[in-house]
Design a protein around this ligand. Sequence first.
Ligand SMILES: Nc1nc2c(ncn2[C@@H]2O[C@H](COP(=O)(O)OP(=O)(O)OP(=O)(O)O)[C@@H](O)[C@H]2O)c(=O)[nH]1
Ligand SMILES: [Zn+2]
Length: 343
Amino acid sequence: MTQHSLSSLGWSADFLRQLAIDEIGVLPPARVSAVHRDRLDVLTETGSMSLHLPPGLTTGEVAVGDWVLVDPDRARVARVLDRKSLLHRRAAGVDARDQLIAANVDTLFIATSMNADFNPARLERYLALAYDGGVAPVFVLTKADLCDDPAPFHAALRQIAAAVPVVTLDARDGTTVLALADWCGPGQTVALLGSSGVGKSTLATTLTGAEIATQGIREDDAKGRHTTTSREFHPLAQGGWLIDTPGMRALRLAGVEAGIDAVFDDIAELAGQCRFSDCQHESEPGCAVQAAITTGALDPDRLGRWQKLRREDARNARSIAEAHAHDRAFGRMIKQVMKDKRR
Ligand SMILES: Nc1nc2c(ncn2[C@@H]2O[C@H](COP(=O)(O)OP(=O)(O)OP(=O)(O)O)[C@@H](O)[C@H]2O)c(=O)[nH]1
Ligand SMILES: [Zn+2]
């Protein structure tokens, strides 16, 4: 069985600092490598193991990449450590639920190919998710071998986010993929997002040096819940880890307003200068956003994409909040019924 040092698994001072004196050496840390319906797979310094959860903790509250402390006598989780980053979304399907995608990811590779797939709105959506979750984004332009002129794509990315690194590669070619090596070293954790066909599986295979069976079927599971039994935490050839996030086609943002405003910081800043604090940036007098569109400083399409994302995010966050309130009200009703029965 392969053994890993804690630091090669991504352990750092952020986590060590959270341990109480009486936990050190007693409750060993472990990194979650897969989340099943009723248990977790984890990697520790001594190998891999399967853990149950303590009462009061459900697998919906744990993500691949999480650090937990292990209660070795009971072979179960003692507690989940605070995360340094978290990717989450509104679950697929009809139920309004926040779904954790991956925890403690250092870098999100946002993949797109340089063809008709290239879609600024989609890239901004991924970017908002990364910023909100505290994960550093990197744009990965795939299929470099099929593109005669990458310059327009680079220019478009600069418009979207000038500060985000851009790497152009052929996902099948290990030599070009080496351009990602800086983010893939020992102790580093990366995740990969992008729409179908951009080359995620191909890139994952090249980065890990192994065939990864990515399965899109999980998302279509009626409950929108991870029911996988395959591994989701893959060692990278460079020493780090890849968290596989399959089936991310329907990436519905919820409660990531701060991330959205970070992506559109130019518009958020203009909005702060509007005369009315609740300006909708439509036809109000003294609207700094509309003024910037008039002078050509702001692309109206970009404003439209910002407004659309904000609306979607607010709508999803609201339905998750309403679902929680409904659950609580239902719980109270059940309790009352039980009480009345006992009388
Ligand atoms: N020429 C070229 N082909 C590529 C490149 N990356 C991926 N492909 C091909 O594009 C096709 C789709 O690649 P995948 O890796 O399956 O794409 P994916 O993003 O994982 O797609 P889904 O599994 O549907 O999400 C495959 O036939 C790959 O061989 C590249 O950089 N250059
Ligand atoms: Zn305005």
